[in-house]
Design a protein around this ligand. Structure first.
Ligand code: SF4
Length: 302
């Protein structure tokens, strides 16, 4: 949904005050958004907490501030359709204008040895994704994707559902974030088309796999384990079951709850290992960030 459309919907529903959540990269647009909302008779409250995804739905905070609705910018519901909000939520995806057309020759060269290609995108690059699909088809490639083709950092179902049909994957995105996540789940080569940098390259997961294997070994030898629980609405998982499973391995488990994990909040904790039950990217991208080794619970129990 575009911002103007969301505002019209809010007006038609009589929304008077809205809680605005947005990712770090769109904070510079905050004042522009505030002005537009105010011109339309809606009072905005800007959340200064960074919103990393649709998992972060702050309806409790919004209600505390007497807001009638949430304006969730930079994301859509994908992967979190099951989340129930106490107030209406209006998602504005904030699509990039980049068409990706400058990268087509590079894509053709990178994928020249493959005929059947699984192609997926992160939400901002939907337009570039559509252009790449058309381009690959015009080059007589067979193109596959599940659902809309969208992926997020913790949900690759639209790629994995077509894995059996493809020889490789292409992720249309910016940076490596989404492509690394897929490469760690899929058993096929993964390329990224970084629309912002206009680069196409293959993802190498060897460094991540080595650290994960090392951290698993540390977990096996650990006596005192911290269980990381994210309390963002879409990140809450059944931690009691995981705690019991770890305890059954003869380990002492400490439940550690947080909104956003930072190095400073772990200072002073004498733990051998951390098991991550919050956002799965903490135990993917941030493996070298913390002094205590981190392992994802799925790397132990799946
Ligand atoms: S759980 Fe992590 S990867 Fe998934 S939407 Fe939330 S912040 Fe993004």
């Amino acid at each position: 949904m575009e911002l103007e459309e969301a505002i019209e919907n809010m007006k038609s529903k009589g929304i008077k005050r809205v809680f605005v959540q947005l990712p770090e990269g769109l904070k510079t647009k905050s004042l522009e958004i505030v002005n537009l909302l105010e011109r339309n008779g809606i009072e905005p409250v800007i959340s200064l907490e960074t919103t990393y995804g649709a998992c972060d739905l702050r309806d409790e905070e919004a209600l505390r501030l007497k807001c009638d609705a949430i304006l969730h910018i930079g994301h859509n519901e994908f992967g979190f359709e099951w989340l129930k909000s106490k107030i209406p939520v209006f998602y504005v995806e904030w699509l990039s204008d980049k068409t990706g057309k400058e990268g087509m020759k590079k894509i053709e060269e990178a994928l020249k040895d493959f005929e059947k290609i699984g192609i997926v995108y992160s939400i901002q690059y939907k337009k570039a994704f559509e252009n790449v699909v058309d381009f690959l088809k015009s080059k007589k490639k067979k193109v596959f994707f599940g659902g809309t083709g969208q992926i997020i950092g913790c949900n690759f179902s639209n790629a994995l559902s077509v894995e059996k049909d493809v020889e490789t994957f292409l992720v249309v995105s910016s940076g490596k974030f989404h492509a690394i996540g897929l490469a760690l789940k899929a058993n096929k080569p993964v390329f990224v088309f970084d629309v912002e940098a206009n680069e196409v390259y293959r993802i190498d997961t060897s460094k991540y796999l080595k650290i994960k294997a090392w951290n698993k070994k540390i977990f096996e030898e650990s006596k005192n384990v911290g269980l990381l629980i994210g309390w963002k609405k879409g990140q809450i998982k059944d931690f009691e079951i995981v705690k019991k499973k770890i305890e059954s391995l003869g380990k002492k488990v400490y439940i550690l709850a947080f909104d956003e994990l930072r190095e400073s909040v772990l200072e002073g904790l004498k733990l051998d290992c951390l098991v991550n039950l919050a956002c799965s990217r903490i135990s993917t991208d941030d493996l070298e960030r913390y002094k205590i080794p981190i392992i994802d619970y799925l790397d132990i129990f799946s």
